[in-house]
Ligand binder design. Structure first.
Ligand code: M6R
Length: 616
């Protein structure tokens, strides 16, 4: 949700800023802009659309300078155009500012500033900040840093800010509340990013800013941090950390797109998510980060899982896993709904928040709410050092590596892997699983990466099926039991990257309404693997065929019954029922991917979306 990059030092800022923007483009691509410090002026370039359009525009222009800030936008307030693109300038053009987040009281601030004669050039919430800071500085005759502290005291909402000023050309001011921001510390320069991607090429020494932090970076004077929540505004000791990211992880590595690379990385990311957590000799599954809270988890009255999008689907899979193996009730909540419906939360509840980015605003709000009610709060997250990782009491990382394609793929299977390990470990501690069942599941879990590799051999076949689906305006995905969330995930993948309208349903729900949609134009993608309800799914498929629907099935290798009823069929290796989501999700990812390619869509950056939804 908007990407922020900034640089100050001895190098040319522009190439660093542009490369950084490209790497953060997954956070939003409605417009892009850059402000450069050039002698005693700020030079500003902005363009609607993707970063490449800004680069084309800047090609023949002066891009010199050793300090600058740059922004790639996912529009919240105001349509995606050049006026609304960041950076925004103060009226005297002495301050430039970029922002990720939402200023909730911007309307009242704007009204006051308008009354005091300020003129606004954009419809954004951000522009109030630059005028407010400018006003504070002039009115109180203070340094820019002081003006930022004073201005932010009046601001409600979330922000990550980078500020450049003509009066202090040797420094950048940064501020964070609710949106991520980290500082990379070089030998004689500083790199700033919404995440580590724009920084990793130059340094792995980083400082993650905390909420309320206002930092000043200067090549000569170093790094200084104060926090607006500290009434004495004392200097804080920076907490230097090692950036856990490699350049290789954030490059395409020979693949056409990030999404395809990430689909193909799943055998590795699942292995990495299991590594060191299964001890076959000692018969133990253990998630190091949860040990301290295992007792609370095993004795919990209830688990509440809060998440959004694909992570919510992983939560639905976990509901089946935990209820079936640990025998503790689970409620899976859309974090966005949970936070506003005054939910009943007991102190012996365990809330599990699942998020790839660890920055999803609604999921973080659910965490905050559960903490305030005294519940135990656990995080499952992919991004090391993210807000979720820091705001939860304990948790487990998914070790999928950076996921850059906006459509989540490897993060989903890594989340399901970690949640499976969690369920196994808790079931073992609680004594709710037999030794033989436990061994069966652990052995099968270890074989999942190899099973996924076998699915990749069917990519050409899946491409042919995609040719068919790509011509249809709608699609329905069906699954039952633990594969119902996989049907939802398959539908989400197809709609978000190919823009085909798709819905996921539990197969038996068809006759309660959706079956009215079936005709000879409607493809039905049915997950009909070996499972308790296999015969029921067969009957559901027959009901579809009787209404001339075209069936595309995902079946277990060797199946003849459903295969015989299907126009197309994808076979997946025999897998324990509780683990089938890990395998069945993969052909659906590939199907959505190829449909989107055939339809000429930008699979890595689907329209209107952003990877990390750090605003409500
Ligand atoms: O980073 P998170 O896992 O919290 O993100 C949640 C959703 O925004 C995300 O899964 C989204 O639905 C993806 N685009 C799905 O592919």
């Amino acid at each position: 949700m908007c990407g922020i990059v900034a640089y100050i030092g001895k190098k040319e800022a522009y190439p660093i800023l542009m490369k950084g923007l490209e790497r953060l483009e997954y956070r939003g691509y409605d417009s892009a802009g850059v402000a450069l410090m050039q002698s005693d002026t700020i030079t500003l370039y902005k363009k609607r659309g993707k970063v490449s359009e800004l680069e084309d525009y800047c090609e023949q222009r002066d891009t010199s300078g050793h300090a600058g800030i740059a922004h790639t936008r996912w529009a919240t307030h105001g349509e995606p155009n050049e006026q609304n693109a960041h950076p925004h300038l103060s009226e005297d053009h002495r301050i430039a500012l970029i922002h990720n987040g939402i200023i909730e009281n911007y309307l009242s601030l704007k009204k006051e500033l308008l009354n005091r004669g300020y003129k606004f050039l954009s419809e954004t919430d951000t522009e109030v900040l630059v005028h407010l800071i400018n006003e504070m500085q002039q009115k109180n005759n203070v340094s820019l840093e002081e003006a930022v502290l004073l201005a932010l005291a009046n601001v409600e909402g979330t922000y990550a800010l980078a500020i450049l000023s003509v009066d202090n050309p040797d420094q950048l001011i940064l501020a964070k509340k609710g949106s991520p921001l980290l500082i990379g510390v070089g030998d004689d320069d500083f790199f700033v990013g919404s995440d580590g991607a724009p920084i990793v090429e130059y340094t792995n020494k980083v400082v993650y800013l905390d909420d309320g932090d206002v930092a000043v970076v200067s090549p000569d004077k170093g790094l200084r941090i104060r926090n607006i929540r500290d009434e004495h505004a004392l200097l804080k000791k920076p907490n230097y950390q090692l950036l856990e990211m490699t350049l290789e992880q954030i490059e395409k590595g020979g693949f056409e797109t990030y999404m395809l690379k990430e689909i193909y990385e799943q055998p590795k990311s699942i292995r990495d998510s299991m590594r060191g957590r299964i001890n076959l000799q000692k018969d133990i599954v253990s998630l190091g980060g949860l040990i301290e809270y295992e007792h609370k988890m095993v004795n919990a009255k209830r688990f509440i899982i809060a998440a959004c999008g694909t992570s919510w689907h992983a939560g639905l899979v976990a509901e089946y896993l935990i209820e079936s193996l640990v025998r503790i009730p689970v409620e899976v909540e859309y974090a966005s709904e949970f936070r506003y419906r005054n939910p009943i939360i007991y102190s012996d509840d365990v809330l599990i928040a699942i998020s790839q980015s660890g920055e999803t605003a609604d999921t973080l709000a659910a965490v905050d709410l559960a903490k305030r009610h005294g519940a135990t709060v656990i995080g499952i997250c992919n991004v090391v050092g993210s807000t979720l990782a820091r705001e939860t009491m304990a948790g487990s990382y998914t070790h999928a590596g950076p996921e850059i394609g906006v459509a989540s793929t490897k993060a989903f299977t890594a989340q399901v892997t970690v949640l499976t390990l969690m369920a196994l470990s808790l079931a073992q501690k609680k004594g709710s699983i037999s030794k033989s069942k436990y061994h069966q599941l652990v052995n099968d879990l270890e074989s999942i990466p190899e099973k996924i590799e076998r699915i990749f051999t069917q990519e050409e076949h899946i491409q042919k099926i995609a040719q068919f689906v790509a011509t249809r305006p709608n699609a329905i995905f069906l699954g039952r039991g633990i594969n119902y969330p996989v049907a939802l995930e398959g539908a989400l993948k197809l709609k978000e990257i190919s823009y085909i309208h798709a819905e996921g349903y539990p197969a038996a729900e068809m006759k309660h309404g959706p079956i009215a949609l079936i005709d000879d134009h409607m493809p039905i993608i049915a997950i009909a693997t070996e499972q308790l309800t296999y015969d029921k799914v067969v009957s559901n498929i027959q009901e579809v065929i009787a209404r001339k629907g075209t069936v595309i099935s995902i079946v277990t290798e060797g199946d003849t019954t459903v295969k015989g009823m299907s126009k197309f069929c994808i076979e997946i290796p025999v897998t324990e029922e509780l683990l089938t989501p890990l395998v069945a999700a993969v052909p659906l990812q590939l199907l959505a991917y190829h449909v989107a390619l055939i339809r000429g869509c930008d699979v890595d950056k689907p329209r209107n979306l952003a990877k990390s939804v750090s605003v409500e």
